[in-house]
Design a binder for this molecule. Sequence first.
Ligand code: NDP
Length: 240
Amino acid sequence: MTKVALVTGGSRGIGAAISIALKNAGYSVAANYAGNDEAAQKFTAETGIKTYKWSVADYDACAAGIAQVESDLGPVSVLVNNAGITRDSMFHKMTREQWKEVIDTNLSGAFNMTHPLWSGMRDRKFGRIITISSINGQKGQMGQVNYSASKAGDIGFTKALAQEGARAGITVNVICPGYIGTDMVMAVPEKVRESIIAQIPVGRLGEPEEIARCVVFLASDDAGFITGSTITANGGQYFT
Ligand code: NDP
């Protein structure tokens, strides 16, 4: 039977590359997104991958969205928690809204999506949870206290949940990309982007497909012994 994969933030950027790579690897893929209908429609037209709109920051919306995906495609066996946002500001200027929005999306989003799927994966004795964290969750980044905290939280979430899933055949892993050439990074002023690239030993931004290939491997049966792992893919910028 074709396995079903659900990718949050799966219609743009890294998520879109992940959705396409999983489809090419033989999965039946559902791509969630938050609000950019135009990008989602274009993505579906180009790839044939169905898109579903809800916010990962809303638990009830996640539960309802997952129920819809499972009714359309069948039980989800691979969840990719990719949706993420930045609301950058130096800490002394950071508002409570900037803090809350980022934590609600990047960290609570992983809980909100994984929790409704967990018991089904336990019952079926198979599951793959793959969360996209960030280099800045590993090393911390000034101007991103909210983002760094949320992404470090994703790593702790993964390490703890991996221990709970292991006997049930569920692996839980996290990928920490370095800087990848998506809208999120292209929104940074060009001068800042050039200074970022200067700090990357391989001398370039990463490509979304380079993260997608890590996801396809972690989702595969071949990766069954890998759980609780943090995969770093950052062009040599930071070692843990
Ligand atoms: P983009 O900004 O290009 O795309 C973000 C995606 O997430 C969009 O599909 C967006 O939906 C979706 N999204 C945002 N908020 C929500 C929400 N509340 N509910 C559901 N979907 C949501 O981001 P990237 O592709 O660059 O980043 C993907 C992930 O990788 C993020 O978690 C990011 O933190 C992480 N990352 C990115 C790096 C980079 O250099 N780009 C580096 C390290 C980590 P919509 O299209 O509707 O707006």
